[in-house]
Ligand binder design. Structure first.
Ligand code: CU
Length: 597
């Protein structure tokens, strides 16, 4: 991957000093800057040449590496054909939503031919995060890892590994660079959403896909040594299982917070999540597949998804025959529909809650919300029933998010009316048996709205997310919150019971995450303190559901002092005029099959 210094852009010392004037740095923090050049690049996969928008010509994109507490400036140069934004997934960006990135929430897209400087402020995060485009589905090809090392002089709360690797799990679309056009067409006409045709490990399909064997990703290990894997699920629309043949995995971190060590033969990972995992190369020297396959929580008659298994090879050093094919994790990699394997792994996760990394769960809750997750039928989606009378949608509390054309942050800061309303409800508009199987479809009708929730500064918030089976749509939803990490204090299957379920909450060592899956036909309870003022997006990280409207925004008000108030905007933000037009290209459809060997 190209280091930032090799790119022919930079910012002057004077510019950097001006930028630094805005922020207070800790004593040990360093400042780094990167240039991300986005441009259409030709790349060959699966016997075909594709033209795709990439960052610095690399797929996955460049890695950002920092120590905890560092500050990073990323100058994003959009030399592509359509507008983009970048999000620093899991970075809390205290008081500074201006650099958070989701389009029409905190900024409008960066127009082609222009650039925008993001300020990425690392504070409490330690471990692995990632960055990705947050405009339409551009993140399919525009994403990369963020490695956050402990501060100088401190160490991980586990023995130092002998080596480490980033394992970026991605997805591939036959639409190539027309993906966003197909998406727009699907949203306009209510037709099927684009589906990926294969998964990838570090940008490669692996041995089971044609023309891919020569470039299958290899990780080289020595017998007896221990390795850290930084596993990032950058897939656009699917949860995944992951395993390495004959090797147990120990989860030690998730979403840049440490976990109690969890030993498992396989992992379940949701889009948006990161897992830091240790394993020891303690098997007979040879070659072993690391493999990832789709996990789907939809009904088993929904079979129209890609079944391609992506592989990489764990290769021991030593003298052994390379004639036999690597061992495959037949016994440990769960099957496509293994609900039980998915939930079992997910709900074993615990925070570390040690003296050095204590848990800080809010105990006195001042704001409770109960939010249903549903698939919906949207009436008159374009505010005009003559275009398409109904389309498929999804919602939170039956409110299906509609992106405004001016971003919410700008409207909030400048008091522009008519962009959003502040009436996102704390509870669903009506009560039914959420997980019942015979609810009438009419209860799944929703409207497109731009309703946000306003929180007072420092409120202690508990949100229960409840999956519903309305319109036969029951499935897991990885819910992601910008600007915060949250504790997952409870979970369960069926309908949440507000009398008995809170008695079972884990208030001692719950996992601290930025993304977490709500189980199919079940619920999770999460807690956080609203101490980061700003405008923060909340959404399902399966982009199909996000685009259909399973989103809302929390606006956290200022706390009354400078240190508890949102910062002002930088001197330049991309303009919102005509921004809808710059994100569209002309549509062209391609076949949706992958060649397997
Ligand atoms: Cu979802």
């Amino acid at each position: 991957m190209a280091p930032s210094s090799s790119i022919a852009f930079g910012i002057s010392l004077l510019q950097l000093m001006l930028l630094l004037g805005n922020v207070a740095l800790g004593a040990q923090a360093s400042v780094h800057y990167y240039d991300f050049v986005l441009r259409e690049t030709n790349i060959t996969r699966n016997c075909t040449s594709w033209r795709l928008l990439l960052v610095n010509d690399s797929f996955p994109g460049p890695t950002i590496e920092v120590h905890k507490g560092d500050l990073v400036f990323v100058n994003v140069h959009n030399q592509g054909d359509y507008g983009v934004t970048i999000h620093w997934h899991g970075v809390k960006q205290p008081r500074n939503p201006w650099s958070d990135g989701p389009e029409y929430i905190t900024q409008c897209p960066i127009p082609p031919g222009t650039n925008f400087m993001y300020e990425v402020n690392f504070t409490t995060e330690e471990g692995t995060l990632w960055w990705h485009a947050h405009s339409e589905w551009t993140r399919a090809t525009v994403h990369g890892a963020i490695v956050i090392l402990p501060k100088e002089g401190t160490t991980h709360p586990f023995p130092k590994p002998d080596g480490e690797e980033i394992i970026m799990l991605g997805s591939w679309y036959s639409e190539g660079d027309d993906l966003n056009d197909d998406l727009a067409e699907s949203l306009d006409e209510g037709t099927a959403m684009p589906e990926s045709i294969g998964y990838m490990i570090n940008g490669e399909f692996g041995d089971f896909v044609a023309c891919s064997q020569d470039s299958t990703y290899h990780m080289y290990v020595e017998y007896g040594k221990t390795y850290l894997l930084r596993i990032i699920n950058a897939v656009v629309g699917a949860e995944l299982f992951f395993a390495i043949a004959d090797h147990n995995l120990t989860v030690v971190g998730m979403d840049a917070a440490y976990t109690r060590p969890l030993v498992s033969p396989y992992l379940t990972t949701s889009p948006g999540s990161t897992l830091d995992v240790i394993f020891t190369a303690n098997q007979t020297p040879g070659r072993y597949y690391m493999a990832t396959r789709r996990y789907t929580s939809q009904d088993t008659d929904v079979t129209d998804f890609n079944h391609v298994i992506a592989t990489a090879i764990l290769e021991y050093s030593g003298n052994y025959s390379l004639d036999t094919s690597p061992k495959f994790p037949n016994r440990s990699l769960p099957g496509y529909y293994d609900y039980s394997a998915a939930d079992t792994f997910t709900f074993k996760l615990r925070g570390l809650a040690s003296k050095e990394h204590p848990s800080d769960v809010p105990l006195n809750i001042t704001r409770r919300m109960f939010i249903t997750l549903s698939m919906n039928e949207i009436l008159c989606p374009h505010h005009d029933c003559t275009v398409a009378p109904t389309t498929v949608g999804s919602s939170l509390n039956n409110q299906s998010w509609d992106d405004p054309s001016t971003d919410v942050l700008q409207a909030y800061y400048k008091n522009i009316s008519g962009v959003y309303t502040a009436d996102f409800p704390d509870f669903p508009p009506f009560v039914y048996n959420w997980t019942g199987v015979d609810n009438p479809d009419a209860w799944g009708v929703a409207n497109k709205v731009t309703r946000v929730k306003i929180l007072e500064y420092n409120e202690s918030v508990e949100v229960v997310f409840q999956d519903t089976g309305i319109m036969q749509g029951a499935q897991r939803h990885p819910m992601h919150m910008h600007g915060y990490a949250f504790y997952v204090v409870g979970h369960g299957l069926g309908n949440f019971d507000n009398e008995t379920d809170p008695l079972e909450y884990n208030l001692l060592d719950p996992p601290l995450v930025n993304t977490f899956s709500v189980p199919r036909d079940g619920w999770i309870a999460i807690r956080f303190v609203a101490n980061n003022p700003g405008v923060w997006f909340w959404h399902c990280h399966i982009d199909k559901h996000m685009s259909w409207g399973m989103d809302t925004v929390f606006i956290v008000k200022d706390g009354g002092t400078e240190e508890t108030s949102m910062r002002g905007p930088p001197s330049y933000m991309p303009p919102c005029e005509d921004s809808y037009d710059i994100t569209r290209k002309k549509s062209r459809r391609l076949p949706r099959q992958i060649s397997r060997i």
